[in-house]
Design a protein around this ligand. Structure first.
Ligand SMILES: Cc1cc2nc3c(=O)[nH]c(=O)nc-3n(C[C@H](O)[C@H](O)[C@H](O)COP(=O)(O)OP(=O)(O)OC[C@H]3O[C@@H](n4cnc5c(N)ncnc54)[C@H](O)[C@@H]3O)c2cc1C
Ligand code: SF4
Length: 410
């Protein structure tokens, strides 16, 4: 069964289909798609190149702007960004920008194109803590301008939630490996199995490097007090990590209860089904109309046969894995018995693990510099839980600010 979990579930475009899709594009002058990408990618430009059969030019447009272009092509919630504003929606349906970008980056990979140029070393050193999308992008943008960058990562492999969160059927780790290889080839050093705060102190980094970027994400899954110390309970991000790490070679029990209705919950329930779990019940606090999960992922979960119950809140957990719920509005109760309970009720930051005392206000809402220090923030830790493409944007922004701070490029 784990085969299904390992296969990319969305099929990519063939050369003929990608040209057909590109030919639907209206080549709008004001290109709303291009103004609604958080990372500043210009779909109108790469679609135009594709229409002229200039796939190489299209690949340059994607890659120069977004060092994680092949990843974003797969996981970006395009319906919320570029495709939301697409003028073609008024005629039939938006252009499949994500799938077009995927075709272009697959082409780039097949041709082993080497697009990003790296300048001569400028003698300045920057440390980045965390190798998720924000840390990787910041590192690449600085390396491009000749900075010597070292990323410190607590896990055995780099990538953050790209590697250990987003399931294999949506983002295969071989794609993550390829994107990271590109960044390493730009001269970025990645020190793995090194937790800043324990294995090395942040103060040492601040002395050794001209600037330090904290990009540690929201790496802790949240726990609800009533489930604490219950051996049948696991946090969603911990379960997803185990699954991806073992390439889906994990045992799934007969009955699994998932609590939560966001995208992370949808990843859990769909993974469970693809791994062969017969009964997956997802109980969600929100009503269907208020669900936080993307429509695409919700429909995918439903197609897999997940039972989704909306509007209930857990109130007690009894012996034998029986969880009692109450309806939010009407006087109704629900009891679900499960062999395993997976909590997908959000993630939280953990700056304490860095060994620094930071006031809330010091984590600048814009994810840049802690006042009067050489310490910067990027990614979810600076902005709250966002998306991969926001991590890319924030990585670019922080790299720009570090360059300004160190007196480099204006
Ligand atoms: C299950 C799941 C599915 C998701 N699906 C999508 C999706 O489909 N599309 C989308 O756009 N977004 C998705 N997201 C959100 C997206 O993954 C995050 O917004 C993004 O990864 C945040 O990037 P980041 O670089 O800030 O942090 P992270 O990706 O969390 O990376 C932080 C890194 O810092 C490391 N770290 C933490 N503390 C230390 C320390 N003390 N020392 C050294 N290293 C440390 C961590 O190990 C980690 O590698 C998903 C998130 C989850 C959890
Ligand atoms: S908004 Fe849609 S139709 Fe217009 S240029 Fe962008 S992809 Fe093409």
């Amino acid at each position: 069964m784990s085969e299904k979990y390992r296969e990319e579930y969305e099929v990519g475009f063939s050369p003929r289909l990608v040209m057909e899709e590109a030919s639907r594009c209206l080549l709008c002058l004001d290109a709303p798609c291009s103004s609604s990408c958080p990372a500043g990618t210009d779909p109108a430009k790469f679609i135009r190149s594709l229409r002229f059969k200039n796939v190489k030019g299209a690949a340059e447009t994607v890659r120069i702007n977004n060092i994680l272009g092949a990843i974003c092509a797969r996981v970006c919630p395009t319906e919320r960004y570029c495709q939301a504003g697409c003028s073609r929606s008024g005629i039939d349906k938006p252009i499949e920008i994500g799938l077009i970008q995927r075709y272009i980056t697959d082409f780039e990979d097949a041709l082993k194109m080497d697009i990003v140029e790296v300048k001569e070393p400028n003698g300045k050193k920057v440390a980045v803590i965390g190798s998720g999308p924000a840390g990787l992008t910041a590192a690449a943008k600085l390396a491009e301008d000749g900075y010597q960058v070292t990323i410190y990562e607590k896990e055995a492999k780099a990538g953050g939630y790209l590697r250990y969160g987003i399931p294999e059927y949506r983002l295969p780790n071989q794609i993550v490996d390829k994107e990271i290889k590109r960044i390493v080839e730009m001269g970025v050093d990645i020190v793995l199995n090194t937790k800043v705060g324990e294995d090395i102190k942040i103060e040492e980094l601040r002395k050794e490097y001209d600037a330090v970027i904290i990009a540690v994400g929201y790496s802790e899954g949240k726990m609800l007090p009533m489930f604490e110390n219950n051996r049948k309970v696991i946090k969603a991000v911990d379960w997803l990590k185990k699954c991806k790490d073992k390439k889906g070679n994990v045992k799934v029990p007969e009955n699994v209860l998932v609590v939560g209705g966001g995208d992370v919950a949808m990843d859990v329930v769909t993974s469970l089904k693809l791994l062969g779990c017969p009964h997956v019940t997802d109980v969600v606090y929100e009503q269907f109309s208020e669900f936080k999960a993307s429509k695409k992922e919700l429909e995918n979960a439903q197609e897999q046969g997940v039972t989704i119950i909306d509007g209930y809140v857990p109130v007690a957990v009894a012996r034998g894995g029986i969880v009692k719920f109450k309806h939010r509005v009407i006087p109704a109760e629900l009891k679900v018995k499960a062999d395993l309970i997976i909590l997908a009720v959000g993630q939280s930051p953990n700056v304490e693990n860095l060994g620094v005392e930071l006031e809330k206000g010091e984590i600048n809402a814009k994810g840049v510099r802690v006042p009067d220090t050489n310490v910067f923030f990027a990614g979810d830790i600076g902005h709250g839980e966002k998306t991969v493409v926001w991590g890319v944007r924030s990585g670019k922004e922080v790299a720009f600010e570090v360059k300004r701070f160190l007196g480099g490029k204006k």
